[in-house]
Ligand binder design. Structure first.
Ligand code: AMP
Length: 115
C-alpha cells in the first residue's frame, strides 16, 4: 500500500497545517512557503488523481468543485480575484503527486510571473 500524501496527513491531523475551508470532497490548506499574501492549496480528499490532466479526464465535476472552493476562499480572504495554478510534472514544478491547485491572491502586480 502506498503512503498517504503529505496533504492527506495534514487533513488527518497527523502533521500540522491550517485547514482554511472544506467541502464534502475538497479541502484547502495554507501553503507552508507562501508565494503571495494569500497562498492556499485546494486539494480533493481523494488521492486518486496525480495531476490536473488525470483529474479533468476522470472527474470534471470534482475539478469544478475545486474551482468553486478556490473562488470562495478568494472572496473570503481577498477581493475575489485570484490566480489558479496547477503544476504538472516534476519539471513543471510539481513536488506533491496528489493533485492540488495553488490559489494566489492579493498579489503585487510586479510579481505576477512565476511560482
Ligand atoms: P507543487 O510544487 O505544485 O507540488 O506544490 C506543493 C506545495 O506544497 C508547495 O507550494 C509547498 O510549499 C507546499 N507544502 C509542502 N509541504 C507542506 C506542508 N507541510 N504544509 C503546507 N504546504 C506544504
Amino acid at each position: 500500500m502506498t503512503e498517504p500524501s503529505i496533504f492527506t496527513r495534514i487533513r488527518n491531523g497527523e502533521i500540522p497545517g491550517e485547514i482554511v475551508a472544506q467541502t464534502d470532497r475538497v479541502f484547502a490548506i495554507r501553503d507552508i512557503n507562501p508565494q503571495a499574501p494569500l497562498h492556499v492549496l485546494v486539494i480533493p480528499r481523494t488521492e486518486q488523481y496525480r495531476d490536473v490532466t488525470e483529474l479533468a479526464a476522470g472527474d470534471p465535476a470534482l475539478m469544478a468543485e475545486m474551482v468553486a472552493l478556490a473562488s470562495r476562499i478568494a472572496t473570503d480572504h481577498a477581493d475575489g480575484q485570484y490566480r489558479l495554478i496547477f503544476n504538472n510534472g516534476a519539471r513543471a514544478g510539481q513536488s506533491v503527486f496528489h493533485v492540488h491547485a495553488h490559489v494566489l491572491a492579493n498579489i503585487e502586480e510586479s510579481k505576477l510571473v512565476g511560482l
